[in-house]
Design a protein around this ligand. Structure first.
Ligand SMILES: Cc1cc2nc3c(=O)[nH]c(=O)nc-3n(C[C@H](O)[C@H](O)[C@H](O)COP(=O)(O)O)c2cc1C
Length: 200
């Protein structure tokens, strides 16, 4: 594998993924890096249709593109091209990135899901508006619910009910436990899954 591709992939694999399953595999050819779903890492109980798995691939792709742009390369991605024997994301790189990705690039190794409260501040109005407008999909409606707003109360109830149902499902609990790394040694050997610390 060439040095640059290896470096870009090292940033891609720092992406978030459901239960930190890292459900991706990569291949490198002269002009293309391919990202494949690793279905041996799927979560059949919480993610029966693999949608979180494919979101995770999108996160890896995003990191790869940011890392490439940081090297001055722009990426063209083909999503599940029909001329490939297996389903994959195919990324072709060429000289000449347009965007300044410095801040995003620096965030790749710094970012971490810790399930703590953020800084306790509400998202400012203009950022929230941009988030709501960023949805490009006609068939998906995005709404925001604010803490303290009466609309959020029923949602809290649904989330609580959902959580209780999940944890009462032995298949869910068994699968979750299989992804928990109970010691630092286990975590550094496996290099995936959730540590007690990361669970918050
Ligand atoms: C598609 C997707 C779904 C996720 N779902 C949850 C979730 O339901 N609950 C949760 O606490 N974290 C969730 N996460 C966060 C992951 O557990 C986290 O990204 C993973 O453990 C890796 O840790 P990191 O983000 O610090 O690299 C999700 C992440 C992704 C990409």
């Amino acid at each position: 594998m060439n040095h640059l591709a290896r470096e870009l992939i090292s940033f891609a694999v720092r992406a978030p993924s459901g239960h930190n399953t890292q459900p991706w595999q990569f291949s490198v050819e002269r002009d293309a890096i391919r990202i494949y779903p690793d279905l041996s890492r799927r979560l059949p109980v919480v993610d029966p249709d693999n949608h979180a798995l494919f979101i995770s691939l999108g996160c890896a792709l995003e990191n790869l593109i940011i890392a490439a742009a940081h090297q001055g390369l722009s990426a063209r991605t083909d999503y599940f091209p029909p001329d490939e024997p297996e389903q994959c994301l195919r990324v072709r790189l060429c000289e000449g990135a347009q965007e300044n990705v410095e801040a995003l690039f620096r965030a790749i190794p710094a970012r971490q899901s810790n399930r703590g409260i953020y800084d306790g501040c509400a998202i400012n109005e203009s950022d929230l508006e941009r988030l709501l407008e960023a949805n490009p999909c006609q068939s998906v409606l995005v709404r925001s619910f604010r803490v303290g707003h009466p609309d959020i109360e029923p949602i809290i109830g649904f989330v609580r009910e959902g959580n209780i149902a999940q944890f009462n499902d032995p298949a869910f609990a068994t699968k979750l436990v299989s992804w928990i790394r109970f010691s630092q040694r286990e975590a550094s050997e496996q290099r995936d899954g959730l540590t007690a610390q990361a669970l918050g």
